[in-house]
Design a protein around this ligand. Structure first.
Ligand code: FE2
Length: 497
């Protein structure tokens, strides 16, 4: 509407003068034949005439006609792409002394004025658009740096980066590949709303346009894929992420439907983004590799713990799985979930210090032996409390045998005195102990474990946590044996590069 207003404002003073001096009036119709402006004086004052003119406008955009002795001529105004914008009509009454030629000349010059006004408007708009694009680029780069700054792991960096770029460049899907040259592996993250699309976009080092970027670090824009294949229905933009000019460490790829090809300005913005984030991606890759190394050491330690106690093989991994499930179900943030995952894996680490003949005693434990077993949370705490990366997980280890009613060990804490991590691991630990078959007794069914959990809710277990966990059992969430740890997602695939 602002465009119409600008056009009318530019023509109105002239229209008024023409009406006074030459008894002609001006009307402007939109391309869908709406009357946008009609001169207040002169032959077009009559509503009937305007309506008739409107009818005529719908039949033809450029015309001369005579209505009730009024001679009307019209011209079209187009936008910079040649699309019809307005119809400009000029009417001259019988009393006017203006000749048809002069009227035609007047209409032409008026149309030219309007046209240049519109062209100027378009040029002005394109300058504004360019400015807006620049602003977008700058804010995107600023935002992305800001958002990535506090994300250490490659998973988080990849998720945030893809989220930002998909939103800003308006794509259907995005993918980040990062190469770990040392180990000949690659990290892959795909972001899309459709799981079907995600499987199509999986990186194939042998047959993927992105692989070209690793050989020659030049952006690949594939707006018309010629090769038949899994990506044939998508316009693609593959941008190498280079630390030095010729050393690609990854490729950022974006995908869209073919009807919306990638533009030069979009290629430029994604290239700038790749350049801006290269350093961050490299440090995130190193961090994730260290994190995986750390987790591998934990896993080895956990295997040692489980191997000590012959009745509990796989127990620690399962407890960790249940604890992570419960932590997420109550909405704990992911950094807390990671701490709980490690803590739950190591919850029985203190058993390393308990002698075999007590730990693996086939018969009933004496009171003295039981007292020794009860020391394992404290032993565990002592083992890990000096390791910086494990300190936050200590409550899982030290408090997993506390009971909600205050009758647990080692400190007989009650209710919310017991750290939340301890209350979570207590449920996970007991659920696994109940449902696992031991040589001396058969494991309980899920339904029996569910009943037990509710029976001891508020006695041994935090009632709120027990309710959440019980609901998950009821939904059948734990029917299958949990396989692996879920928090440390960074997974690397073997590459042929
Ligand atoms: Fe324990």
């Amino acid at each position: 509407m602002s465009r119409y207003k600008a056009v009318i404002a530019s023509i109105e003073p002239l229209a008024r003068t023409l009406s006074k001096v030459h008894k002609v009036s001006i009307a402007i119709f939109s391309k869908d034949e709406r009357l946008l402006y009609a001169g207040q004086e002169g032959p077009l004052e009559s509503k009937t005439t305007v309506q008739q003119l409107r009818k005529q406008a719908s039949i033809s955009s450029e015309f001369d006609l005579c209505l009730d002795g009024i001679f009307i001529s019209s011209a079209t105004i187009k936008d910079t792409y040649g699309e019809l914008l307005f119809i400009l009509s000029m009417a001259r009454s019988k009393e006017s002394v203006l000749s048809e030629d002069i009227q035609a000349e007047l209409l032409r010059s008026l149309a030219t004025t309007l046209q240049s006004c519109i062209n100027y408007d378009a040029a002005h708009r394109s300058a504004i658009l360019e400015l807006m694009e620049k602003y977008e680029e700058l804010t995107l780069l600023y935002d992305i740096s800001e958002r990535l700054e506090h994300l250490p792991s490659l998973d988080d960096v990849a998720d945030e980066m893809l989220l930002q770029v998909i939103e800003r460049v308006r794509c259907k899907a995005g993918r980040l590949i990062v190469l770990d040259e040392e180990q000949q592996k690659y990290f892959e993250r795909i972001k899309t709303s459709s799981p079907l699309v995600a499987s199509t976009l999986a990186y194939d080092p042998a047959n993927d346009p992105a692989a070209e970027c690793f050989k020659t670090p030049i952006t690949q824009v594939v707006n018309n894929p010629v090769e038949k294949g899994r990506l044939e229905e998508l316009a693609q933009l593959h941008v190498p992420i280079c630390l030095k000019k010729s050393h690609p460490i990854g490729v950022l790829s974006l995908f869209r439907m073919l009807k919306a090809p990638f533009k030069y300005s979009e290629k430029k913005i994604v290239e700038m983004m790749a350049k801006q984030t290269a350093g961050k991606i490299e440090s995130a890759l190193l961090y994730s590799k260290l994190e995986m190394l750390f987790l591998d050491s934990i896993r080895m330690l956990v295997e040692c713990i489980d191997a000590r106690d012959s009745y509990t093989r796989g127990h620690s991994v399962r407890v960790s799985y249940y604890a992570v499930y419960l932590a997420r179900a109550i909405g704990l943030p992911e950094d807390q979930v990671k701490i709980i995952e490690i803590g739950a894996l190591l919850h029985d680490v203190g058993k390393i210090r308990i002698r075999d003949h007590i730990l693996n005693k086939p018969g009933r434990l004496t009171e003295e032996e039981y007292e020794i077993i009860k020391r394992h949370p404290e032993y565990g705490m002592r083992i890990v409390e000096h390791i910086k990366q494990l300190q936050q997980s200590v409550p899982c280890i030290y408090c997993h045998h506390e009971s909600y009613d205050g009758k647990g060990y080692p400190r007989q804490l009650a209710g919310e005195e017991i750290p939340l991590m301890g209350r979570i691991v207590a449920i996970a630990d007991t659920f696994d102990a109940m449902t696992t078959t031991r040589p001396y007794r058969k494991g309980l069914s899920q339904q029996q474990a569910y009943d037990e959990l509710l029976r001891f809710s508020g006695i041994q277990f935090d009632p709120e946590l027990a309710a959440v966990f019980a609901a998950a059992i009821q939904r059948g969430e734990f029917k299958e044996e949990p396989e692996a740890i879920s928090c440390f997602k960074a997974s690397f695939k073997q590459t042929s590069h």
